[in-house]
Design a protein. Structure first.
Length: 120
């Protein structure tokens, strides 16, 4: 994960896509803008899933399992691209806040595992 975070740090600097850290107002605007872009990418995953479900219903109603597999295969690359887009924005936030994402991830997963009420 450190390698991915480092790659993205350099990549975003080269593309001039870093979250601004000039002053509070610019940082606030840049953070909100990037948050909006992240939510847009999340909705693009939803669109792909919606397409899979719709195409499954329409393409081969006589064999729903076949139709579902066919639709998933058709959209696999697009979903991968949208997940990658989301991942890039999440890493961008992690880098901005100087968070070691691997450490945060395992720490959070452990916390959830140890929770008494896992629905909360
Ligand atoms: Mg996208």
């Amino acid at each position: 994960m450190k390698e991915v975070q480092e790659f993205l740090k350099v990549y975003q600097k080269e593309m001039n896509w870093e979250i601004s850290n000039e002053n509070y107002e610019e940082a606030k605007t840049s953070l909100l803008h990037n948050y909006m872009l992240l939510t847009t990418e999340v909705s693009e995953i939803a669109e792909e899933i919606r397409s899979i479900i719709n195409e499954t219903r329409i393409s081969h109603p006589e064999d729903i399992e076949f139709a579902f597999k066919e639709a998933k295969d058709k959209h696999k690359e697009n979903i991968g691209n949208e997940i990658a887009d989301c991942f890039a924005y999440l890493i961008k936030f992690a880098n901005y806040f100087e968070i070691d994402l691997e450490e945060s991830f395992y720490s959070k997963m452990k916390e959830v595992q140890l929770r008494k009420n896992k629905d909360v």
